[in-house]
Design a protein around this ligand. Sequence first.
Ligand SMILES: NC(=O)C1=CN([C@@H]2O[C@H](COP(=O)(O)OP(=O)(O)OC[C@H]3O[C@@H](n4cnc5c(N)ncnc54)[C@H](O)[C@@H]3O)[C@@H](O)[C@H]2O)C=CC1
Ligand SMILES: N[C@@H](CCC(=O)N[C@@H](CSC=O)C(=O)NCC(=O)O)C(=O)O
Length: 359
Amino acid sequence: MQMQSSRPDVFVLRREVRVRLTATGVCHTDAYTLSGKDPEGAFPCVLGHEGAGVVESVGDGVESVVVGDHVVLLYIPECRNCKFCKSGKTNLCGAIRATQGKGVMPDGTGRLTDKASGKSLLHFMGTSTFCEYAVLPEISVAKVDTAAPLTSLCLLGCGIPTGVGAVRNTCKVEAGATVAVFGLGGVGLSVVQGAVLAGASRIIGVDIDSGKFANALTFGATECVNPKDYGSRPIQEVLVEMTDGGLDYTFEAIGRTETMRSALEAAHKGWGMSCIIGVAGAGEMIQTRPFQLVTGRRWVGTAYGGTKGRTEVPQLVQEYMDGGLKIDEYITKKYPLEDINQAFKDMHDGKLIRGVIVY
Ligand SMILES: NC(=O)C1=CN([C@@H]2O[C@H](COP(=O)(O)OP(=O)(O)OC[C@H]3O[C@@H](n4cnc5c(N)ncnc54)[C@H](O)[C@@H]3O)[C@@H](O)[C@H]2O)C=CC1
Ligand SMILES: N[C@@H](CCC(=O)N[C@@H](CSC=O)C(=O)NCC(=O)O)C(=O)O
């Protein structure tokens, strides 16, 4: 069944929902795909993947949300039925990944049209939040408490669950552990927040922009270092010396293969775990001496912090409403959609933790 929405050019099919976006964050991954470095980047598309809004219509067979529900959009769905979901080992639901990667809905068609030219546009990361409306499969939205402010909740679509989840789900950082966070942007600060909530004893922020240190310390980093202060000395050597042999956990939230190596080699011999969060350009390769792994360091990676969105995002909202999770503190500036290029410029200039487009 095809259900017509109040916008004649947007329709929903079976098991799909149409959402009126209220806000979206601007993330470096949007800029990465826009730059052409993403091998999956297909154009013309509507970018944006960190959004929240209100369900305005539902297709046949939708069971988990109704019109009026508030939702966070999920670039990693949770079908609860595929082998990935059933494994209990990963959040990488496989139900619609193939079509999502091609920029279309599960039935192979699109729902976005450029009004001026009449040409169809591709979807991005299954969400396309730089647009007032989005159509998604039901499995790609997390229903959340209507009492929570939707402008803030958009950040649960990517950056915050990624950093907090890297700590909780992927690395399972324990109380008392030592942690280093490479890159103190929105994602790195979320790692810092996750480490604080996990009870880490020492949280070292690493960034080449010392202007990022004030926020990191406010979020709970215990100290910060700037690799530029150490000349040609590898920063991993500095960190290993500072920590009597290395960190229990290190996180790379930059997207550079050199810092991924530094983070791995800053992890403690025998048990240190290093988590890659940053997205590196197409064709780039990580390297280290295999001996680093032979001697007990572990290299792991995470997508959306291992978060199973439909299950865990409502829990994060509750944690926020209870005062236990920071979200508002990430919003440096709000923009109308027509100023989105300014939001990208401010992000590239390092002025923002997160810029949020408010519709
Ligand atoms: N794996 C996942 O699920 C996700 C990955 N990402 C990726 O995480 C990365 C971080 O995202 P944001 O925090 O939004 O970016 P951001 O640009 O706000 O933060 C990056 C930080 O790294 C610092 N930096 C740059 N080069 C450095 C170097 N050589 N050494 C130390 N610090 C350096 C910058 O000064 C900046 O503070 C990006 O690559 C993004 O694409 C974002 C969301 C989800
Ligand atoms: N398409 C890129 C890889 C981009 C990537 O790694 N995306 C991350 C999320 S980054 C969010 O801001 C991710 O979670 N990926 C999981 C997935 O299934 O895509 C490439 O092909 O290199």
